[in-house]
Design a protein around this ligand. Structure first.
Ligand SMILES: Cc1cc2nc3c(=O)[nH]c(=O)nc-3n(C[C@H](O)[C@H](O)[C@H](O)COP(=O)(O)OP(=O)(O)OC[C@H]3O[C@@H](n4cnc5c(N)ncnc54)[C@H](O)[C@@H]3O)c2cc1C
Length: 417
């Protein structure tokens, strides 16, 4: 007879979405289990960049973790800005934030941390009075019916619950209930490798995005890490990869060895380990994210920013929202799809403006001359660089990018914009 366990909520996956959902359920006093196929610490293919939003969610859900998170210098490199390199090879440095005196603040907005460390840091906080992490527990099947949820794991153990929060990443374990499927126009492929000895990394941990002409609207990234290492990778729309039969695993070393903007920086660099690839389900369209007794978060819900490829913050935020809605559902005994659709509404209320705008920017980047023009202007004009900094924090301001009047204004202004 198979072992059977009941919990109020089952979470699948202990990545950023699942860990945060768990911490939030714990703060609401709800008994739950997190079923994770791997054992921590475990690797996850990623660029490893954590934006200011990640720190804000940690602050909101688990305030006690903010300091330990910021202080662990061995595992996280503080990042104070981004270097954009335009298709014509011009770099422009934009700080993430400026204080009232136009200086970069002492506390960093973002960090770069290998996921083997970051995910372990989060997952370590799952086990609590209310939360149980079951590692090495791959979910094999999920059945949802009017009586409840039944989940079977690899060793034959059966878990039942009132609700399930699916945070399994791209595995698609509950797609039969939501209809979410991979669409090449709303999906990217990405590869990355770790390197040591890359020259000229920014002293303040700026992340670098290289919008090389051959790979637009994708980009190559170089993200510095603690200990002089760097995460170097390449991402491109799956539609372009399929159409051009592009082999990203071959293209990455080829660009590094031969591209004039990169090759000198990699002459003494050493690749550490293999080049690894994974998919990025993009949030460039809305989808149904819930069903009877079910809410889907993070990559399983396709919430990655279609311009930047950033998905960790939205995964964590969706996990937090799903936990809050679970707590209301349990209090009222509401399990039906119609009631739970408030989850979809809240996710898109908080994220859709930015996702929609990023989708427009992703389309704009297909025009290299616009990109060249903006970076040319920014490299010469301090006020314009300040405006770009403000755009990191202010989505309404970022919306300016898609308006023809914005380009008109910067084209005709010489000193200020
Ligand atoms: C190449 C690349 C570069 C990226 N760079 C960045 C970046 O720099 N910054 C950023 O913010 N985002 C980046 N992203 C996106 C980011 O990696 C994801 O958005 C993020 O990991 C989503 O978190 P998640 O918790 O939804 O899913 P995941 O992190 O994928 O976690 C899912 C968890 O579910 C577990 N799981 C899967 N199947 C099962 C199963 N059957 N049973 C039990 N457990 C299961 C997995 O083991 C995993 O622990 C990148 C993605 C790629 C591919």
């Amino acid at each position: 007879m198979a072992e059977q366990h009941f919990y109020k909520v089952i979470i699948i996956g202990a990545g950023p979405a699942g860990s945060i959902a768990s911490m939030q359920l714990t703060s609401r006093g709800i008994q739950h289990v997190v079923l994770e196929k791997d054992t921590f610490p475990r690797d996850k293919v990623c660029g490893d960049a954590l934006s200011g939003k990640v720190v804000n969610i940690i602050k909101k859900v688990a305030p006690d973790l903010e300091q330990p998170f910021r202080e662990n210098a061995g595992e996280r490199l503080p990042s104070f800005g981004v270097t954009f390199v335009s298709p014509d090879g011009r770099p422009v440095d934009i700080p993430f934030k400026l204080n009232d005196r136009d200086e970069v603040p002492a506390v960093p907005s973002g960090y770069i941390s290998k996921r083997i460390h970051f995910d372990h840091f989060l997952a370590k906080n799952i086990n609590s009075t209310f939360g149980t992490l079951k590692e090495n527990s791959p979910v094999r099947s999920v059945t949802i019916d009017p009586q409840g949820v039944t989940v079977a794991t690899g060793d034959g153990t059966i878990y039942t619950s009132d609700l399930i929060i699916d945070c399994c990443g791209v595995a698609g374990l509950t797609k039969a209930y939501t209809g979410i499927k991979k669409e090449n126009l709303h999906h990217s492929g990405g590869v990355r490798a770790y390197y040591s000895g890359v020259k000229d990394l920014h002293p303040e941990g700026y992340i670098e995005l290289h919008f090389l002409k051959d790979i637009l609207p994708g980009y190559l990234w170089i993200f510095p890490l603690p200990g002089g290492e760097a995460n170097v990778g390449l991402g491109m729309l799956t539609q372009h990869i399929s159409k051009g039969k592009v082999n990203l695993r071959k293209l990455l070393p080829d660009l590094i060895a031969n591209h004039p903007a990169l090759k000198d920086r990699f002459t003494d660099a050493q690749q550490l380990g293999t080049i690894k690839g994974w998919g990025l389900p993009l949030g460039s369209k809305t989808r149904k994210l819930s069903a009877d007794r079910l809410m889907v978060c993070g990559d399983a819900a396709s919430l990655i920013d279609p311009f930047t490829g950033e998905g960790i913050a939205n995964a964590m935020e969706s996990g937090r929202i799903a936990a809050d809605i679970s707590s209301e559902a349990i209090a009222g005994g509401y399990w039906d799809a119609e009631w739970l659709s408030r989850y979809d509404k809240e996710v898109y209320r908080l994220m859709w403006t930015e996702l929609k705008l990023s989708y427009r920017l992703q389309k704009l980047v297909r025009y290299p001359f616009l990109f060249n023009f903006i970076t040319r202007k920014a490299s010469k004009n301090k006020d314009f660089r300040k405006l770009l900094t403000s755009m990191f924090d202010n989505v309404n301001l970022r919306d300016e990018f898609r308006k023809p009047s914005f380009y008109f204004k910067i084209f005709f202004s010489r000193k200020s914009i």
